[in-house]
Design a protein around this ligand. Sequence first.
Ligand code: XMP
Length: 520
Amino acid sequence: MSLDQNLDKVLIIDFGSQFTQLIARRIRELGVFSEIVSHKKIRISNINQSIRGIILSGGPLNVYQINKYSFDKKILELNIPILGICFGHQILSKLNGGRVKQSKHREFGLANIFKKRDSLLTKNFYGIKKTKEVWMSHADQVSKLPKNFYVIASSTNSKYAIVENKQKKFYGVQFHPEVTHTENGKKLISNFVFLVCKVKKNWSSRDQKIKLIKEIRDQVGTHKVICALSGGVDSSVVAQLLNKAIGKKLYCIFVNTGLLRKNEETQVVRTFKKKLKMNLIYVNAEKQFLGKLKNVSDPEKKRKIIGNLFIKIFERYAKKIKNVKFLAQGTLYPDLIESKSVTGSQTSKIKSHHNVGGLPKKMNLKLVEPLKFLFKDEVRKLGLELKLSKEIISRHPFPGPGLAIRMPGIITNEKIKILKEADYYFIQALKDHGLYHKIWQAYAALLPVKTVGVMGDNRTYEYLCLLRAITSEDGMTADFFEFKKSFLQTISNKIVNSIRGINRVVYDVTSKPPSTIELE
Ligand code: XMP
């Protein structure tokens, strides 16, 4: 279990709610550090003085399934304020001697709660009225309050919508203050953090920058560090942090696989070597990658070939640099959170992801992972604080295997050339029309199908270009972006008229699921 031992924080014990990450984000948005740990992993010995408050999350369980969750009752005796949310509220009540009623009927959606008493937790929460609309999502509910607990608010269906043990600073809420549907929910969380736990603000991009640079220096000392740079947000921020922390002892390796977007290698070298003055090793491995990929059309084979070759090249250069002790990676907080699901259901393997961050541990290098406590939006803000350009920070994600997985079928130089152009025109058009930042990810793909067209008076027989543009929160689910007809017309004309080799453009209108974002 990895907890940051130094920084004052609110600890969230996760019982498997789909909203747990949201709770952490809300607290961090308030400028206070917050960490999540699974109920399966938390031990009383992990709770030190830096933990100023505890939140028990919601979850899919019920409090009577005692063999399915764990909670050390001694945590209740540590004199730390606790806020239980939904299941967290129920378990807090039960452990303190209350009762929870099992119910077959879920209460799901908006409900009104009515103020019963004043409380620090609800200070300025209701506004001028004595009611508030909140988001409920539960089946069970507390049916008998423990001793010394009082009702702060009730709804028609939940008598104990907000409860309090003022002396112990224990609070329980039956609804979800962390979701945006709960009007003013952030105020309630803010009251818990600042008025009840009395934590001071310690979490701004500037605080993070100073803290992370110091930690990198402490960890690395005088040793050399290598970092695989992809030009994407995470690896760029990691590289810039290390650049600020240890300067020329950082060696960034940027591999041109031949499957990058148009002009990407020039831009990366210009930004990182020329502008930011980093130690950047540019490896042109186009021939090796395209050689190994010749006549390969199976998506998984493509991914494996690219991933393996990338690692080989990286290892070769790491050896050349000599005496390297550390490898810097852009691991983010969501990758680290131990409990993604309480039920622990196995998901089937859809694709073998290759990420420059996912290098093998057997390289015998120690890891430097400065972003491991950050969410993506925090990484972006940190990047701006580190003076990286907005252009780098707000780029759409680009997968490690690059254009190879946007070109079903075999890969040829001719196809790469056509695809680079089409993608360039599409992305440029998005920028020109002010759409780029409204879209989570967009790209052009080249399908291995030729269709008949007519240009001038001549018959054409050329490739099909597919455009994909999606909106998403985190890439796990996605919906297609709704363009106006005029935009689709403009970009389709531009591509067909400017690029030899494409005579038809289609727009992908599938969501994820059932499709995925990339084609392969
Ligand atoms: P899929 O296609 O799985 O993509 O819906 C979800 C997100 O992940 C990106 N992606 C990758 N990123 N290495 C990466 O670094 C990969 O191998 C890889 N495959 C997909 C994809 O671009 C999307 O943002």
